[in-house]
Design a protein around this ligand. Structure first.
Ligand code: PEP
Length: 245
C-alpha cells in the first residue's frame, strides 16, 4: 500500500493539532483509503498528537533522532524517546538536516540503525542539489548517498525518500521522466543489494508535491508514495494528495 507522509518541519504550535482532527474527519469520509497516512509533527507535539488520535487512521513519526539511546546530548532526541511518544516512523537524513547539521551518510546510517533498535521504521532521505543535477551527476550522487546511508541489514524494513534538494519548498518539480529514471535506478540498487527486500522497499518522491501534481507523480511505476512538506500542514491540502493515490 502506498504511503503519504507529511513532514511538518519546524512548524506547529498546540493549536495546529486541530489539523490532525480535520484530517481524521476528512479520512473518515473516504470509503476506501488507498494509502497509509503518516504525519511527522515537531517532537513537541508528538505525545499530544498520538494521544488525541487513539482511534485515528493517521500514524505518526519523528523528523530526526540521535543515533544513541540516551546520554549527554543536550537538545537531542533518541529513537527510543520517539517510540515512547507514540511514533512508528522517523525521518533520517533529510536534506535540511544534512545541510544544517552537517549530517554525513555514515551518521544517517547510524540513525537508521537506531530506529531499528527502537522499533521504528526509518524513512531514509536522499537527493541531489541543483548544481549536481545541472552537471549531470544526479544519479551518481543519489545512488552513492543511498549506498552509504542504508544499513546492511534491513530486515526490519526501511522506506526510501528521493527528494531533490532544489525541489524542496521551491514549487519546482523534476520532469516525470527524471523522477521515473531516478526511482528505477534506486529500485535496481535496492534489488541488487537486498534482493526481495529491495523489491518490496517503498520509494517515496518528495519535493513540492501538491494535490495538483500528485496524481501524475504517484502514477510512476516505482513511486510508492510521497513525502510532503508544505502541503501537509493544512488538512484541506493534504487530503487532496491522499485522494490522488
Ligand atoms: C520535505 O521537506 O520533505 C518536502 C518535500 O517539502 P515540500 O513538500 O515543502 O517541498
Amino acid at each position: 500500500m502506498p504511503l503519504i507522509i507529511g513532514n511538518w518541519k519546524m512548524n506547529g504550535l498546540i493549536a495546529q493539532l486541530s489539523e490532525i482532527d480535520n484530517l481524521d474527519n476528512e479520512l473518515s469520509q473516504i470509503h476506501h483509503i488507498k494509502c497509509h497516512v503518516v504525519i511527522c509533527p515537531p517532537a513537541t507535539l508528538l505525545v499530544s498528537a498520538t494521544q488525541n488520535s487513539e482511534n485515528s487512521k493517521v500514524a505518526f513519526g519523528g523528523q530526526d533522532c540521535h543515533f544513541e539511546e540516551k546520554g549527554a546530548h543536550t537538545g537531542d532526541i533518541s529513537a527510543e524517546m520517539l517510540a515512547n511518544s507514540g511514533a512508528q516512523y522517523v525521518i533520517v537524513g533529510h536534506s535540511e538536516r544534512r545541510a544544517d547539521h552537517d549530517e554525513t551518510d555514515e551518521i544517517v546510517q547510524n540513525k537508521a540503525k537506531a530506529a531499528f533498535r527502537a522499533g521504528l521504521t526509518p524513512i531514509i532521505c536522499v537527493g541531489e542539489s541543483e548544481k549536481e543535477r545541472k552537471k549531470g551527476r544526479a544519479l551518481e550522487v543519489v545512488l552513492s548517498q543511498l549506498e552509504k546511508s542504508i544499513p546492511d541489514d534491513i530486515k526490519k524494513g526501511i522506506i526510501v525518500a528521493y527528494e531533490p534538494v532544489w525541489a524542496i519548498g521551491t514549487g519546482l518539480v523534476p520532469s516525470i521522466d527524471d523522477i521515473d529514471e531516478m526511482h528505477l535506478a534506486i529500485r535496481k540498487l535496492l534489488i541488487k543489494r537486498f534482493a526481495d527486500l529491495g523489491e518490496k522497499t517503498p520509494i517515496l518522491y518528495g519535493g513540492s508535491m501538491k494535490a495538483s501534481n500528485a496524481e501524475e507523480i504517484l502514477k510512476i511505476k516505482d513511486v510508492n508514495g510521497g513525502l510532503v512538506g508544505g502541503a501537509s500542514l493544512k488538512a484541506a491540502d493534504f487530503i487532496g494528495i491522499i485522494k490522488a493515490v
